[in-house]
Design a protein around this ligand. Structure first.
Ligand code: BG6
Length: 372
């Protein structure tokens, strides 16, 4: 019998876990346990079997967990998608939402909350939901949301995001929404965690444990869970079967595509070395590239202790362009989408000020691709 604040401390010894609710007490003996509600009444609790084992908690030959978890993304993404894509109706199967089609159609807005990387993935999610399902959606840091006495709207679906399922700011926000009668679903990685137990339904990421404090595979899996959610909402609204098929086919290709990016690890490390001595970096992206830029800047701060700022590419000319010069390189998120020309114009503005650009884009360069 063991007591711990997180299953990761236990899986070396057992996969049978009992979660305590707020205020609950447990008495552990060598051969059993008893749990009690705060008033002293004994409660009957069944152990849950966690699907993570001790093998998930070693570095598996990698230098550290962060590198291991970056490399795991093709498999973690495949696990998030497993059993959830339907080739016949071009829909997503998300049984954990506990919502029928009529109920799914009844929400008029979606509000997403989370902290740090979870919040940035929520910004991606809000854009996907608006684009595919045409339901107004937005994301807000849970750490702010819980303190501002928010209006809870019965026609809004609330979505809480958390890798660990234990982030207190997010949990407190969920409890506040529920106390006011709101409907909350979760996008959570840790099965049986506090947030997963609190919400009315949701999507488990199945990304495997994320030991490194900096979120990597959980971030990409959350973005993919949102693509599934947006597809699900879209197909009960107006997203056509052919658009649904395009999304399903695109999602299926992702694990292989990420594998190809990981193969460029050495080249990316060379670039990192080249830029490592700069005291500050700018990250820019337009519309769906902007939350990606924010996550990039967050990673640089959290992992490298290097100052970084993220801006919407369109806002650069409205002020921060003044900071750009040879000492301030820019990481630009430039997908090959309908905003490509706009993004290339922004890169031109940066280069005109002597700024160096590191571009994250698609493989095929266009003739006007900058050369830095
Ligand atoms: C922060 C971490 O404390 O918590 C971030 O530094 C993380 O990397 C954030 O994204 C949210 O964590 P979680 O477990 O709720 O997704």
């Amino acid at each position: 019998m063991f007591a711990a604040s997180d299953v990761s401390a236990l899986v070396r010894y057992t996969r049978q876990v009992v979660h305590l609710e707020d205020g609950e007490l447990a008495v552990l003996t060598a051969d059993g346990f008893h749990t009690f509600a705060s008033g002293g009444r004994e409660t009957a609790k069944e152990p849950l079997t966690v699907d993570w084992d001790a093998g998930h908690y070693d570095t598996g030959g990698y230098e550290h967990y962060l590198l291991k978890e970056i490399s795991e993304q093709p498999e973690s993404i495949a696990r998030t998608l497993r059993g959830r894509l339907d080739e016949r109706f071009h829909i997503a199967h998300l049984g954990g939402l506990n919502m029928d089609a009529r109920e799914t159609r009844s929400f008029r807005r979606v509000k997403i909350i989370g902290c740090g990387s979870a919040y940035y993935s929520g910004q991606i999610g809000a854009q996907l939901i608006e684009e595919l399902a045409r339901i107004p959606a937005d994301a807000e840091p849970a750490s702010e949301y819980r303190y501002r006495n928010p209006v809870i709207d019965p026609d809004t679906l609330y979505v809480a995001i958390s890798q660990s399922g234990e982030t207190y700011d997010t949990l407190a926000a969920v409890q506040e929404i529920k106390r006011k009668g709101g409907r909350v679903i979760g996008i959570v990685n840790a099965v049986g965690s506090a947030i997963a137990r609190e919400v009315d339904g949701g999507i488990y990421l199945h990304a495997g444990p994320e030991v490194s404090v900096a979120s990597t595979k959980a971030f990409t899996s959350t973005a993919i869970a949102f693509a599934l959610l947006a597809l699900h909402f879209g197909r009960v609204h107006d997203l056509s079967p052919s658009d649904g098929r395009r999304i399903v086919e695109g999602l299926r290709k992702l694990p292989d595509q990420i594998e190809q990016i990981l193969k460029q690890g050495e080249r990316i490390a060379e670039l990192a070395k080249k830029y490592a001595d700069h005291p500050s970096m700018m990250f820019v992206g337009r519309v769906r590239g902007y939350p990606v830029a924010r996550e990039g800047a967050q990673k640089l701060k959290e992992i490298s202790y290097v100052h970084a700022e993220a801006y919407p590419a369109s806002e650069l000319k409205h002020g921060p362009l003044a900071l750009i010069g040879p000492d301030m390189p820019t990481v630009a998120i430039v997908p090959d989408d309908e905003l490509l020309d706009k993004n290339l114009t922004t890169l031109g503005e940066i280069r005109a000020r002597g700024g160096r650009v590191l571009m994250v884009g698609h493989r095929q360069p266009t003739p006007s691709w900058p050369t830095t």
